[in-house]
Design a protein around this ligand. Structure first.
Ligand SMILES: [Zn+2]
Length: 315
C-alpha cells in the first residue's frame, strides 16, 4: 500500500553535478505520478529504478525550463519503445502548442494519445480515481500564466476485516465487500453482528503537497492544511532574502513558516540554488521554526506518512 515519493531533481534552474532540476515521482498504490519533468528526467527515472512505463499522468507546475525541458525527450523515448496507452498531461495550456510545434517541425508524432488538461488560476480537482484525488492551486511566480502547486490526497480506505471474527461468525465471502464498507452482518438466524465486532478502522488517509517556485504568501497555507508531507521550494537562504524576493522565490525560513501555518506534519526542502554547495546550510533556519524539516537530495525516497528516508548516495 505504497505512498512514496522519489526525488529525481532537487536543484533549481541550473543543474549541478549531483542535483538535477525539478522532477519527482509519487507512487500512490502503484500509480506513478510524475511531477515536473526537467531536462534529463528520463535519465533520473532509469538511474533510480522508477518503472517509468507505468507513468500515465504528468503534472507540470509551470513552463520554466527547469520544470519541463525533459518532457519532449521522455515522451519521445516512450514512443520509440512502443507505448500505446494514453498519457495525460496537466499543465499551462500553452504546453500543448509548444509540443505540437516541435512535432510539426520534426514531421513526427507520438505513437500514443497525449491528452492535455489545461490548468486554471483557481483551486480545483484535476484528477480523481477510486483511491486518490489531485488538486491544483495557484502560486505566485514571475510568470504570466498559471503557476500551480499540487495536492495528492488518498481517499478514505475501506475498513479492515478481522479474519478470525469473520470466520467465527461464518460470514460468507459474498458479504465481505459490504463489511469493508461498514455494514453489519445478519446471521441466517437473524442475529445482528455489529460491524465494529468484525472490522477495525482503516489506516488514516495519506497526503502529499508540492509547492513549486513561488513568493511566500501566508494565504497559500490554506491549500495544504494538515498535509502529511509538504515539499516546498527553498531556493535561497534567509540571508539572500532580497534575491528571493526579486526572483519570486522563497527562502528556507519562509517555507518553514508556511509549513507551520498549514499544520503540515513534515517539511521537505528542495529547488536549491546552485550557489549553495551544500544546501544543508539552509536547514537550521527552517528547523528553528519547523523542526520536522528535511533537505532532499536526488534519489531520496520518502515514505508517507512515516517519512522514512532512503538515501541514494552514501554519506
Ligand atoms: Zn524552478
Amino acid at each position: 500500500m505504497k505512498f512514496e515519493l522519489t526525488i529525481l531533481g532537487s536543484g533549481s534552474s541550473v543543474p549541478t553535478s549531483n542535483r538535477n532540476s525539478a522532477a519527482q515521482v509519487l507512487n500512490v498504490l502503484e500509480r506513478q505520478f510524475l511531477i515536473d519533468c526537467a531536462e534529463a528526467t528520463q535519465h533520473q527515472l532509469r538511474r533510480f529504478h522508477v518503472p517509468y512505463n507505468k507513468i500515465n499522468h504528468i503534472f507540470i507546475s509551470h513552463l520554466h525550463g527547469d520544470h519541463f525541458f525533459g518532457l519532449m525527450g521522455f515522451l519521445s523515448t516512450l514512443s520509440l519503445q512502443g507505448r500505446r496507452g494514453e498519457m495525460h498531461i496537466y499543465a499551462d495550456g500553452r504546453l500543448q502548442e509548444f509540443l505540437q510545434c516541435q512535432m510539426k517541425i520534426l514531421h513526427s508524432r507520438f505513437l500514443f494519445p497525449v491528452v492535455f488538461h489545461a490548468l486554471g488560476r483557481r483551486e480545483e480537482t484535476i484528477y480523481e480515481d477510486k483511491v486518490v484525488s489531485v488538486t491544483s492551486f495557484p502560486l505566485k511566480h514571475h510568470y504570466e500564466a498559471p503557476v500551480c502547486g499540487f495536492l495528492f490526497r488518498e481517499k478514505e480506505r475501506e475498513r479492515t476485516i478481522l479474519k478470525d471474527m469473520a470466520s467465527a461468525w461464518q460470514v460468507p465471502l459474498s458479504f465481505m465487500q459490504y463489511l469493508k464498507q461498514g455494514a453489519d452482518y445478519i446471521t441466517p438466524e437473524g442475529e445482528i453482528v455489529s460491524n465494529a465486532r468484525l472490522t477495525v478502522d482503516p489506516p488514516p488517509s495519506r497526503s502529499y503537497a508540492y509547492m513549486t517556485d513561488t513568493l511566500f504568501r501566508e494565504r497559500f497555507a490554506a491549500y495544504v492544511q494538515g498535509v502529511d508531507l509538504l515539499y516546498h521550494e527553498a531556493t535561497y537562504s534567509k540571508a539572500d532574502g532580497l534575491l528571493a524576493k526579486e526572483t519570486y522565490h522563497s527562502t528556507a525560513e519562509q517555507a518553514a513558516i508556511l509549513a507551520k501555518l498549514a499544520g503540515a506534519k513534515k517539511l521537505l526542502l528542495g529547488h536549491f540554488s546552485a550557489r549553495y554547495t551544500d544546501p544543508s546550510c539552509l536547514l537550521p533556519e527552517a528547523q528553528a521554526i519547523f523542526p520536522d524539516t528535511f533537505i532532499c537530495a536526488d534519489g531520496d525516497r520518502y515514505e508517507v506518512p512515516a517519512v522514512k528516508r532512503e538515501t541514494y548516495f552514501n554519506g
